[in-house]
Design a protein around this ligand. Sequence first.
Ligand code: PLP
Length: 452
Amino acid sequence: ADVSPSGAAAIEDIATRHLVQPWPTSGSIGAEARGLIQSGEGIYVTDHTGRRLIDGPAGMWCVNVGHRRPELAQVLYDQAMDLSYNSPWYTTNAPSAVLAERLAGHAPEGMNHVFYTTGGSSAVETALRFMQFYNNVRGRPEKKLIVSREGAYHGSTYLSASLNGRPRDHDWMDSASQLVLKLSSPNPFRRPSGVSVEAFCDGLVEEFRTLIATTGAERIGAFVAEPIQASGGVIVPPGDYLKRMRALCTEHDILYISDEVVTAFGRLGQVFASDDVFGIKPDMITFAKGVTSGYFPLGGVMIASRLFSDLRQSNHSDAMFAHGLTYSSHPIGCAVALKNLDILEDGLLEQARTISGHFQSRLKALEALPLVGEVRGLGLMACIECVADRVSNNPLTLDLEVGKRIDKHCQEMGLLVRPLINMCVMSPPLTISENQIDEMADILDRSIRLTQ
Ligand code: PLP
């Protein structure tokens, strides 16, 4: 395609007329173009006018090793020339097997199996369907309700989307709500006034305990949780909340599915965060995004091996898990993921752990601005939440498009952010330097000042 400035205008026009992009409003389809990004390098992307922008959200939480890595481009080419595709129904390929072993090496002990998908939604969908299969085969078909939480985002396929719990997610959409039970978001910033963080955490665990008691553990198949609710506004759970939720799942034989689509592959300084950051061993871990740093669509589910022994001990060794995707175990995706893992293991995970202190403290300083209610985060993910006033911390009386307005100012100064209603989410490539973090924080500071 012609990508000169006049070509860019033509492409935007074509996109407006023919392209339906994610999360459109009914009025915007066919009426609104999104800015055209032409190239990327390191932590930067360049738009069609030649303007260079820091990629603050790393694409969509995914470009963890940065843009334009020649070694990843080379692997894409080499693997396509060797073997671009094989049917995972009847055959296997080396990259998917070798990657499975490498991933098992990073996963919590006893989690030795992986099922590959095409992204995060299909990973969550796979984990849920596996839970249904597991309980059907084990002779307890009634144990299939799924516990999710307010503030969650787990995907855009029917079942995964049914778990979502952010404002507006279900306003105009159908869902399998009869299969889903919702708990509160573990958001300490939104705890009732006068309640300590410890008491808030106790209350969240108690809420789950009560839900199990009133519903019956024999009807609950899975608890699904992002270790940090990402698109819900980077909600870092209080204290030992995750460990206590895990303990309740263990006590009641409920499968714990940790959705690490965002938190894995270095975002929190480890390949998987469930055990290495939060000290929990889930029964399944879903991943996507950073596994290939966005160079190829790939996702997957890590599955604890004990689940397969349980299945083997059932009386139905011929029961079929009738689930598979044409692009499961894609050789190019898996080859890219292997090279991406090499880069992460070769010092980048460590660098992410080191730089995250500076990232968090520079962004935290934005709390001095009156529009900012809280800045929170962990590792290389953070959220700036704006409020109408600092006494009530009420987001609702505020202009709900405030995130978009901050984003507009930021873009004019050379920074992309991810606006989420009254919040801005930041999750830059892990390769970001201290100076670049300073530049990012300065732009945010100036943009927020201009917004109030
Ligand atoms: N799970 C989480 C935690 C996510 O943040 C996302 C996407 O942002 C998904 C699942 C869905 O992933 P995908 O968009 O690759 O289908």
